[in-house]
Design a protein around this ligand. Structure first.
Ligand SMILES: *[C@@H]1O[C@H](CO)[C@@H](O)[C@H](O)[C@H]1NC(C)=O
Ligand SMILES: *[C@@H]1O[C@H](CO)[C@@H](O)[C@H](O)[C@H]1NC(C)=O
Ligand SMILES: *[C@@H]1O[C@H](CO)[C@@H](O)[C@H](O)[C@H]1NC(C)=O
Ligand SMILES: *[C@@H]1O[C@H](CO)[C@@H](O)[C@H](O)[C@H]1NC(C)=O
Ligand SMILES: *[C@@H]1O[C@H](CO)[C@@H](O)[C@H](O)[C@H]1NC(C)=O
Ligand SMILES: *[C@@H]1O[C@H](CO)[C@@H](O)[C@H](O)[C@H]1NC(C)=O
Length: 417
């Protein structure tokens, strides 16, 4: 009994002092995965919720969103009216007959990455630089990603992070960390559904409502065809696929760690035996949970040995403008491999941080990456209005704990427990 009580209270100050859930830096400094994953309220995003679709449901253009409507109107003429396809494995998918000529360049059917519809650029499925790995992670931001991002930071390693809009809504400060750490952020849709199964307008909305305003995206399940490519292209998004798959997401639903390890190992063997000496490679991996991130950490050293360079996909393509907002610049490939991995503006591999002055702050002066771009974007960084309150309440908890400890000691000394 006594042990339980004391233990509970003993952990409180630790959690409390680490816990600043109001700023990117505060959130990034939390080291307990449990504390990281406790939901928090971030007022600038909460205030915007009504301006975004329902989380984890196929997105639709909101009825009163005239900016989205007119953007959609400007794109729709170039979108083929191919009917939506069934979700693989769903009822009716068995009877669905898709011509073997693959008229839609449907990746899910035959891994097609070169569109048949005129005017669309090919998907990115590898990187042109020899012996180079295009490093990327799907499905973030995951609430417990601090250990993984700390690891990447310690290696001065940037990656391409494919964020899900519904996750950004839940974990806005984690998404902000991705930007602050200098990773390249791409869209991984609003709700992570099969894109070719959605109506064109819904597929548009899946790509329109985003965090920052990226210029790249990756289709969940790789599910893309020319109809979806036309919509993405209309929004200025390059489609990034992959050629190798770690299948790390399958852990816990049918695959063992040994199988995932073998997938990584096979990819590493290919790199070691010269398979990528003329053209580099992209492997699909995830920021999904502790397992997928731990695998990334475990194999990083071997990948580093097997490849000459590991860079974000955009860097491998000298894609120096990662967002619609023009004030973020990715280093070129040459710059990156010469050691300038930092996304500009910023220093030491980090973006410039806003001054940490709770009381003198105003949203107008904050370095918020909320875009002025054309897409609706979740406001990511603003000022810590209730930080002072947090510090004071943490102090209260400490006092409370001392009080209880003294109380318990008193009772213990007097033989009550
Ligand atoms: C390299 O290794 C891979 C996987 O082990 C194998 O499939 C491929 O044939 C090997 N290639 C060469 C050139 O040895
Ligand atoms: C994020 O990772 C944690 C730790 O593995 C896991 O418990 C959680 O379910 C993940 N979150 C999502 C949304 O998948
Ligand atoms: C996985 O979880 C353990 C236990 O909570 C933690 O110590 C470790 O840092 C986590 N690893 C990653 C990569 O998130
Ligand atoms: C990137 O730029 C370098 C020169 O700085 C060049 O050698 C390389 O071919 C470029 N790569 C691409 C994909 O444009
Ligand atoms: C923040 O506070 C420091 C001193 O604590 C001060 O020098 C600085 O000017 C302040 N910055 C802003 C933006 O108010
Ligand atoms: C970049 O520009 C956006 C929109 O113009 C602005 O909100 C943001 O503060 C800028 N970010 C940086 C790091 O300068």
């Amino acid at each position: 009994m006594r042990l339980t009580v004391v233990t509970t209270f003993a952990t409180l100050p630790l959690v409390c002092y680490a816990l600043d859930r109001t700023t990117e830096a505060g959130e990034a400094s939390i080291t307990s995965p449990q504390a990281e994953c406790a939901p928090y309220d971030y007022p600038p995003v909460t205030a915007q919720r009504a301006a975004f679709p329902v989380q984890w449901k196929p997105a639709t253009i909101l009825p009163d969103d005239s900016a989205a409507q007119s953007r959609w109107k400007s794109i729709v003429a170039n979108v083929p009216d191919t009917p939506p396809k069934p979700v693989p494995g769903s009822s009716g998918s068995g009877s669905f007959k898709y011509p073997s000529s693959d008229p839609d360049c449907w990746w899910t059917y035959g891994q097609c990455v070169t569109p048949k519809l005129a005017g669309l650029p090919p998907d990115i499925a590898d990187v042109p630089e020899p012996a180079t790995m295009g490093y990327g992670f799907d499905d973030g931001p995951n609430c417990s990603h601090n250990a993984f991002y700390d690891f990447l930071d310690s290696k001065n390693q940037k990656a391409t992070m494919f964020y899900i809009g519904s996750n950004v809504m839940d974990w806005p400060l984690e998404a902000q960390r991705g930007i602050t750490d200098g990773h390249e952020i791409c869209v991984h849709t609003w709700s992570h559904n099969y894109m070719t199964s959605l109506s064109s307008e819904s597929a548009f909305a899946e790509l329109y409502y985003t965090g920052v305003t990226p210029t790249c995206w990756r289709p969940p399940y790789g599910d893309i065809d020319d109809r979806i490519r036309a919509i993405a292209n209309g929004l200025g998004l390059r489609s990034i696929l992959w050629k190798y798959d770690s299948n790390d997401w399958r852990f816990g639903s049918g695959a063992s760690k040994a199988q995932i390890d073998a997938n990584y190992q096979d990819f590493i063997n290919k790199a070691n035996n010269g398979s990528f000496t003329s053209v580099g490679a992209i492997i699909l991996t995830h920021e999904l949970n502790n397992f997928t991130m731990s695998e990334a950490v475990q194999f990083y050293g071997q990948l580093q040995t097997a490849f000459k360079h590991i860079v974000p996909v955009g860097v491998a393509y000298n894609q120096t403008q990662p967002y619609v907002e023009t004030n973020y610049t990715l280093p070129t490939f040459e710059e990156y491999i010469s050691g300038t991995t930092a996304i500009a503006p910023g220093e030491n591999g980090k973006l410039a941080q806003p001054a940490d002055n709770a009381t003198t702050s105003s949203p107008a002066s904050s370095a918020s990456p909320t875009p002025t771009g054309t897409n609706a974007a979740i406001p990511l960084l603003s000022w810590p209005l209730d930080r002072l309150f947090l510090v004071v309440s943490c102090f209260d908890i400490l006092l409370l704990e001392l009080y209880y400890r003294l109380g318990l000691d008193f009772f213990i000394r007097h033989g009550h427990i």
